[in-house]
Design a protein around this ligand. Sequence first.
Ligand code: SAH
Length: 224
Amino acid sequence: MKDPQIQRMIHDIEREVQYTRKMIGTNALSPGVMTAMSNTPRNEFVPKSYLDAAFDNGPLPIGHGQTISQPYIVALMTDMLELEADDVILEIGTGSGYQTAILSQLCKKVYTIEYVPALADAASARLKRLGYNNIEAMTGNGYEGWPEHAPYDGIIVTAAASHIPRPLVEQLKPGGRLVIPVGRPHLYQELTLVEKDENGEIHMKHVLGVAFVPLQGERNAALR
Ligand code: SAH
């Protein structure tokens, strides 16, 4: 963590965690998550025209009407998953691959799905070039999950859903956690933690108001 720009980003994340501590229920995110944030070159994941802002604590456009998420939100969502070293994780919305890279440093394997083929191809090439090698990516509709590799210890959705996709809940292990923004696309969503307990029962908690780009290809099978 020698780069002053990354140090500034880390400081900004820590400050926003402080501001939001009542909502998120903690004063500090786990050291492992913050180390992964420090060790990941966000400049490699943003378009060249936004390099100056690569370490700002805000979202940035990545083309195709999509965005790379705000660092604080990436850190918070990762923290909410409570990852363990041998966890297998499913990510919906690869986008730039930045969140994927963070996850890959904290668990055994990351499966990631992206809807827009050009973004999926670019992210796969980027993650490979940067040496993240415990990631398997596919292009498709993440609403349906990736049943071949289920069940997952954790599932993270980085696009706004109008409801919690039933296939994702089904693909979660007992004891597993799903982190997903739920609400009105383009407007306001609640970052939601869905926990499946050891008996397979579902518990939900709203954590924070967020604004994500919409999840495409939803079915109407609401689970609320
Ligand atoms: N985690 C990404 C955020 C990307 S924005 C990053 O940090 O860069 C959300 C992404 O979700 C977009 O790339 C969008 O194309 C993708 N997306 C939207 N609906 C999807 C779906 N049904 N399945 C998979 N990806 C989807």
